[in-house]
Design a protein around this ligand. Structure first.
Ligand SMILES: Nc1ncnc2c1ncn2[C@@H]1O[C@H](COP(=O)(O)OP(=O)(O)OP(=O)(O)O)[C@@H](O)[C@H]1O
Ligand SMILES: [Mg+2]
Length: 360
């Protein structure tokens, strides 16, 4: 087992800078998820750790050893990709044993390792089957099995669940968690799915355009997003971000003063400053018109059963300021104005210029 250190790593493809200085110390046994939109550089970063992509500048270490110049096979890592093509003509057993056979391991050892991995993954009754005789989830587990039998120092996963249907993804997610609890192998896991990131990660790195916007425990990132990008990326629907200004006495006046909310504590240092007022959709609640902080016009509703998503806009302009609310009631009028309030404790403030969080 070993930790992984990523030190000011850059990657360019020709003139295009794809990774622009990322650093993170990943502890031995830690489960770290890299999450971000398509094209932000997640796979590139993971492939550099794997040795499948050269490093333009910076350093990557696995354990004590800098691996920049080390061949993938010498890095003691195992990678599972989104397209984890199994050998169709080989049985489950042969698929899992293949890598060890190539390494020239003794037969008895191969048998022991495959058997153990099969038990962990509950594949022991399926070892004789061919991939086409398996369900998607079972195939996925064989792909994991191929990685487990190698007993690597580090697991690298690149969107391993994205080919599965929603229900199977949830199941595999909990299996991955259980697997990690058993093996405690350092894991770097790439996904664009925020739920996967929130549920699997000890710590997550939210990436945007080749940079780490924030690194932290999932709840820390959710509760204190470092930038508006993170605020909008983590959480569904995204956090509402309404332009405003800090007035005297610790009031935030947003949407041309139509929304007025007193901060929990006065912030004299911030008075007069432009801000973005951030409120998560789930922090809105319905109220009487007299208590409302805002009354968006409803554009459309999504009734999810357990709760409802309400999308609306503020002011006369339909293309103007959009707001989304998640409410714990399931029946609502489909049109008209919806009086909403929120507690000042749930307010986030961001600098509109730098997009960074204004610290509490
Ligand atoms: N071999 C390459 N040559 C040139 N550009 C590349 C190469 N590989 C990746 N890129 C570019 O680098 C950027 C990052 O790609 P990468 O595959 O790391 O993104 P990603 O975050 O994994 O996205 P996705 O979620 O779609 O898998 C993209 O803009 C991509 O087009
Ligand atoms: Mg990718």
């Amino acid at each position: 087992m070993a930790g992984v250190a990523i030190r000011d790593v850059h990657k360019s493809f020709g003139p295009v800078k794809v990774i622009q200085g990322i650093s993170m110390d990943i502890a031995d046994g830690e489960f770290v998820v890299m999450v971000g939109p398509s094209g932000c550089g997640k796979s590139t970063l993971l492939r550099m750790v794997a040795g499948l992509e050269s490093i333009t500048s910076g350093e990557i270490a696995i354990g004590e050893r800098v691996v920049n110049e080390l061949e993938p096979k010498d890095r003691d890592i195992a990678m599972v990709f989104q397209n984890y093509a199994l050998y169709p003509h080989m049985s489950v057993y042969q698929n899992m044993a293949y890598g060890l056979r190539i390494q020239g391991r003794p037969k008895a050892e191969i048998e022991k390792r495959v058997q153990r991995a099969a038990e962990i993954l509950e594949l022991d009754k399926l070892l004789k089957r061919r991939p086409r005789e398996l369900s998607g989830g079972q195939r996925q587990r064989v792909a994991m099995g191929r990685a487990i039998v190698r007993e690597p120092k580090v697991f690298l996963f690149d969107e391993p669940l994205s080919n599965l249907d929603a229900k199977l993804r949830v199941q595999m997610r909990s299996e991955l968690q259980a697997l990690h609890q058993r093996l405690k192998t350092t894991t770097l896991y790439v996904t664009h799915d925020q739920v996967e990131a929130m549920t699997l990660a000890h710590r997550m790195m939210v990436m945007n355009a080749g940079r780490a916007e924030q690194i932290g425990a999932p709840l820390e990132v959710y509760q204190k997003p470092a930038t508006t990008f993170v605020a909008a990326f983590i959480g569904s629907p995204p956090m509402n971000l309404i332009p405003g200004r800090i007035a005297q006495g610790g009031k935030v006046l947003a949407h041309d003063g139509e929304i007025s909310v007193r901060l929990p504590e006065p912030r004299p240092a911030l008075e007069g400053r432009d801000v973005l007022l951030g409120v998560r959709p789930e922090h809105f609640e319905t109220c009487a018109q007299s208590e409302a902080l805002l009354s968006p016009d409803i554009d459309f509703l999504e009734l999810l059963g357990s709760d409802s998503l309400v999308y609306g806009h503020l002011g006369a302009d339909k293309q103007g300021m959009r707001v989304a609310a998640r409410l714990h009631i399931s029946i609502l009028a489909k049109e008209g104005r919806l009086p909403l309030r929120f507690s000042a404790e749930h307010v986030h403030l961001f600098d509109p210029e730098s997009t960074r969080r204004i610290e509490d």
